[in-house]
Design a binder for this molecule. Structure first.
Ligand code: ZN
Length: 409
């Protein structure tokens, strides 16, 4: 991992210097003051002042090194104290709301989930979010003065600069100024981000994207989205809506998508699409084991059951899983051809049911990308599991904290 040198020498750059030192400690811990001065090219007294300030704030901890150079004094090594501050992460999905209190390294201290049984109105949604945050604050018994902010991962179209949830297709809600509402209520800084872009940030801080400067995270759930990381930053475009891989069109004569177009990837490979196709297929499939498993109640049909049947070689389940995986592989290959990331991270339940989907995606990506011999795109599954989106909400706040000006000192 290389350390990008971003330092300044005048008073106005103090915050930038502090952020550089803090990030260097994060990336190279345990590290001594002398090493920091050498790498950042800041003077020893400047490094000394910055470190003293960080130690005073309890953000950096000192520990005597086990080794010493030629019998001299053992250097004092510095590490980040990830437990010094808390973050509240909120994830609003189509059917569930999760709120967690975590430490700066993403360790979940307290967690709360609420199922959305009916479509909430805008007011009901906001009330539910506020109540959930209050409940986490109360039950976790965390010292509020140590909470650095609220991170909010919201599905659908989001403008992070304005803190506005523009459109959430699954909840049918529009134009919610989430940042403004929650900042007024809780007097904490709020950072809003699209859920899949936040997930990509979680991969960058806590997951498979750690230390990788360019990667794409593809998330498959009820819908399909992607988070593009370039030069270690999330790519949003000036419209804040980049990454809509789910609505790339594979066939204009294909099935209808929730967005109103035909033949989008989402209409082929999302969980909703897979369930819909199996439901339809079951009417005419005489030999499917799924008929036996779900009995008369088709609501028993689940992604897990479909993949279990496919693993057993059930013709209907195998065919639909294969078709969906191929669509996903094709869209992934297109994305690789355009952006050439060094890594693709796949997230979602369909990747956790054995190797069927990931091996097909790898095969299709290998077949349909144009590349030189040195180019190898690593395709892996996310290891963050169910916590991914919440950690995404948390990571957008952590990232800000480590940026220049993030500590307000
Ligand atoms: Zn679509």
């Amino acid at each position: 991992m290389t350390f990008t040198l971003k330092t300044g020498s005048f008073e106005g750059m103090r915050s930038l210097n502090q952020s550089s030192v803090l990030n260097l400690i994060r990336l190279r811990e345990p590290i001594s003051r002398a090493e920091i001065a050498k790498i950042t090219k800041l003077t020893r007294p400047t490094v000394g002042d910055i470190v003293s300030n960080l130690v005073e704030q309890n953000l950096v901890i000192e520990k005597e090194s086990n080794s010493s150079k030629q019998g001299g004094r053992r250097p004092i090594m510095l590490s980040i104290n990830y437990k010094a501050r808390y973050i509240i992460g909120v994830y609003a999905a189509a059917e569930i709301i999760r709120v967690s209190l975590t430490t700066m390294d993403g360790h979940i201290v307290y967690n709360l989930s609420k199922e959305l049984e009916t479509l909430p109105s805008k007011e009901d949604f906001i009330t539910l979010i506020k109540e959930s945050i209050y409940s986490v604050l109360e039950n976790s018994k965390a010292d509020k003065s140590l909470i650095i902010g609220i991170g909010f991962a919201m599905h659908g179209l989001v403008n992070p600069d304005k803190g506005l949830a523009i459109f959430s297709p699954h909840l049918h809600l529009e134009n919610m100024p989430i940042k403004e509402i929650l900042e007024q209520e809780f007097h904490l800084p709020v950072t809003l981000e699209n859920d899949v872009r936040a997930l990509a940030m979680a991969e960058s801080w806590f997951g498979q994207g750690k230390g990788v400067s360019d990667f794409i995270c593809i998330s498959v759930g009820r819908g399909i989205g992607s988070g593009i990381v370039m030069n270690s930053e999330i790519y949003k475009s000036s419209f804040h809506t980049a990454g809509e891989i789910g609505h790339t069109v594979l066939d204009v004569n294909g099935p209808m998508c929730e967005c109103g177009n035909n033949g989008c990837l989402e209409a082929y490979a999302s969980e909703a699409a897979i369930l819909k196709k199996v439901h339809k297929g079951l009417d005419s499939a005489e030999d499917s084991i799924l008929k036996e498993w779900v009995k008369a109640d088709r609501s028993n049909l689940s992604i897990e059951l479909i993949f279990k049947a496919a693993e057993k070689g059930d013709p209907l389940a195998s065919l639909i899983v294969e078709q969906s995986a191929k669509s996903l592989g094709l869209a992934t290959a297109n994305l690789i051809n355009i952006l050439k990331p060094s890594k693709i991270i796949l997230e979602g339940r369909i990747f956790e049911q054995g190797d069927l989907v990931i091996s097909c995606v790898k095969e299709m990506a290998g077949k349909y990308t144009i590349r030189s011999l040195e180019e190898e795109v690593d395709i892996v599954c996310s290891a963050l599991g169910k916590k991914g989106m919440i950690l995404g909400a948390v990571s957008v706040v952590v990232k800000k904290m480590f940026e220049a000006g993030g500590l307000n000192t």
